[in-house]
Design a protein around this ligand. Structure first.
Ligand code: IPM
Ligand code: MG
Length: 368
């Protein structure tokens, strides 16, 4: 009997709908081959949801997501909705809202080098030797979700400066939040090369000192994993100095946001970095890149981070490791054969091998 799987699709804004179409093509092909019926439902999130409903995360979207076996998200946001007015809705509230509502506290971002793309990285090819890391970013706490506020007219007495507007965000973590993300990271490291870097700013921040304490307590349950504390500024430097030292890295929400964009450059393009956001219920899969409004609608966006996110969904939510291996093999062969979207092309790329979004999707599907 055909197995049926329910996927909630959130194409979002910018290049989102274009790359989502390629993901759907892959799902159709995989469904046929593995005899799985993918029931796809599309819902609104981000800017398009603001335009159509006034809310970046409509209640129907949340209900669809909760009812699904997995959620696939492309990208949200764009200049159309950029505002500094706290009273206006922003697309990013939709993304942060769905992460929080689904309890997706663990964001896995694998940084994997496809050998033919070495030349597309901003680092020298020698520096990329042996790079294969997993960034485990805490996703529902820290600076993104702490208490925040604005004052229209703050007296300014504390600083000795003049009166004026004031704004603040708070970096807040509770023990259980650190403990569960640490466990996710230790489990991942135990299944890989057994090395975990815990990244913090314990020389300055109280929240980082608690982070470090709790991570070391969890470490007692994983004697086979080597734990290394590293300060976040040093990590930013080590990522471009000697990236092969990292196996698994675990860190606070905002540090992870910044470090994962930096690490994506090792792969050649932010267009190659997939992600899985896991919690206790339905998981969500999305590329780590944004909606790239500058190239939206041009048909040139790289769909591979989206397809690699589908691969992660097969593995983590759907129990389809074979389909996952087949998809990642098809992506690797497409790159081996020399096809490139423009973000991963370099001066040695034959212009005849430069392809658009749809063609890249077709090439991968043909190799499944
Ligand atoms: C990411 C993105 C988001 C984040 C934005 C779009 C809110 O940069 O997933 O890394 O900061 O988490
Ligand atoms: Mg980011």
């Amino acid at each position: 009997m055909t197995r049926s799987v329910r996927i909630c699709l959130l194409p979002g804004d910018g290049i989102g709908p274009e790359i989502m179409r390629e993901a759907v093509k892959v799902l159709r092909a995989v469904g046929e081959r593995w005899d799985v019926g993918f029931e796809l439902s599309e819902a609104l999130l981000g800017g398009i949801a603001i335009d159509e409903t006034g809310s970046p995360l409509p209640a129907e979207t949340l209900a669809e997501a909760r009812a699904a076996d997995a959620v696939l998200l492309a990208a949200i946001g764009g200049p159309k909705w950029d505002t500094t007015d706290p009273a206006k809705p922003r697309p990013e509230q939709g993304l942060l809202g769905i992460r929080k509502e689904l309890g997706l506290y663990a964001n896995l971002r694998p940084v994997r080098i496809f050998p033919p793309l070495r030349g597309a990285s901003s680092l020298k090819p020698e520096a990329l030797e042996g790079v294969d890391m997993l960034i485990v970013r805490e996703l529902t706490g820290g600076l993104y979700f702490g208490e925040r506020g604005r004052e229209a007219d703050s007296p300014g007495a504390a600083t000795g400066g003049g009166a004026g507007r004031r704004a603040y965000d708070t970096l807040d973590y509770r023990e259980y939040e650190i403990e569960r993300i640490a466990r996710t990271a230790f489990e991942a490291a135990a299944g890989r090369r057994g090395r975990l870097h815990s990244v913090d700013k314990a020389n300055v921040l109280e929240s980082s000192r608690l982070w470090r304490e709790v991570v070391h307590e969890v470490a007692r349950d994983y004697p086979g994993v080597e734990l290394i504390d590293q300060l976040v500024d040093n990590t930013a430097m080590q990522l471009v100095r000697q990236p092969a030292q990292f196996d698994v890295m675990v860190t606070e929400n905002m540090f992870g946001d910044i470090l994962s964009d930096e690490a994506s450059m090792l792969t050649g393009s932010l267009g190659m970095l997939a992600s899985a956001s896991l919690g206790d219920g339905t998981a969500l899969y999305e590329p780590s890149h944004g909606s790239a409004p500058d190239i939206a609608g041009l048909g040139v966006a790289n769909p591979l981070a989206m397809l690699l996110s589908v691969e992660m969904m097969f593995r983590h939510s759907l129990g389809m490791p074979e389909a996952a291996d087949t998809l990642s093999g098809a992506i690797a062969r497409t790159l081996d054969d020399g096809y490139r979207t423009r973000d991963i092309a370099d001066e040695t790329t034959d212009p005849a091998m430069l392809v658009g979004t749809v063609e890249m999707g077709d090439l991968v599907v043909a190799r499944l």
